[in-house]
Ligand binder design. Structure first.
Ligand SMILES: CC(C)(COP(=O)(O)OP(=O)(O)OC[C@H]1O[C@@H](n2cnc3c(N)ncnc32)[C@H](O)[C@@H]1OP(=O)(O)O)[C@@H](O)C(=O)NCCC(=O)NCCS
Length: 179
């Protein structure tokens, strides 16, 4: 179900809404966890000030949402899409989807619920025809979320025909797409 209020989506358990500066402490609590950011390609947050800066910059756009648990009104994750500016073989107007959920809430279907809401919103109110995403081979939970939401595996990511590297080390990255 989608709310009438612009840029807010909701389902039974969660609300997707823009980030607020007042979320900084909660964001730090969850995004400082070393098991979260690195699996998505970003370093753990080091201070509340850094989390606030991320809210003011990285999260400050129309296509990034806090995943808020309705029962507690606490932001417990993030989801969004942006133009694909990394070295993925994507088509024009095929944005890249990203997400994370705080570790205490893993494996409860929260991210799947958030991604389903996002896909429905994109289909209802944008001209976007397809979305792309990717995950490290050793992060199968992320791939499972995409598969449950209808993404189709497109094989390994090999930018320029070479293996993907992180900090100089070759890593397998799987690419998925939904249209
Ligand atoms: C990936 C992530 C967002 C998933 O969030 P979540 O709310 O736990 O996701 P869901 O509960 O909706 O679905 C997780 C699915 O992965 C499955 N899963 C969990 N661990 C798994 C594993 N080791 N192997 C295979 N499947 C696994 C769960 O069983 C579940 O599938 P199911 O419902 O069919 O049983 C969360 O783990 C996370 O934030 N990780 C760190 C950041 C990250 O990886 N972001 C994505 C980068 S591409």
């Amino acid at each position: 179900m989608q709310s009438n209020q612009m840029n807010i989506m909701q389902s039974e358990r969660i609300l997707l809404r823009p980030w607020r500066e007042s979320d900084a402490e909660t964001l730090f609590k969850y995004a400082s966890d070393p098991d979260v950011g690195p699996r998505a390609g970003w370093p753990p947050h080091k201070s509340v000030e850094e989390s606030l800066e991320i809210i003011r910059t990285v999260f400050h756009n129309d296509t990034t949402w806090a995943i808020v648990l309705k029962a507690t009104d606490e932001p417990i994750g993030c989801i969004g899409y942006l133009p694909c500016d990394i070295d993925l073989p994507s088509r024009e107007d095929e944005p890249l989807v990203g997400y994370w959920v705080a570790k205490p809430y893993w494996n409860q279907g929260i991210c799947t619920e958030a991604l389903q809401l996002l896909i429905a919103q994109i289909r209802e109110s944008t001209c976007i025809r397809s979305l792309i995403s990717s995950h490290y081979l050793d992060n199968p939970a992320s791939g499972q979320v995409m598969l449950k939401c209808g993404f189709v595996p497109m094989g390994d990511l090999h930018p320029n025909g070479t293996p993907y590297t992180v900090d100089g080390k070759a890593v397998r990255v799987l690419r998925l797409e939904i249209s």
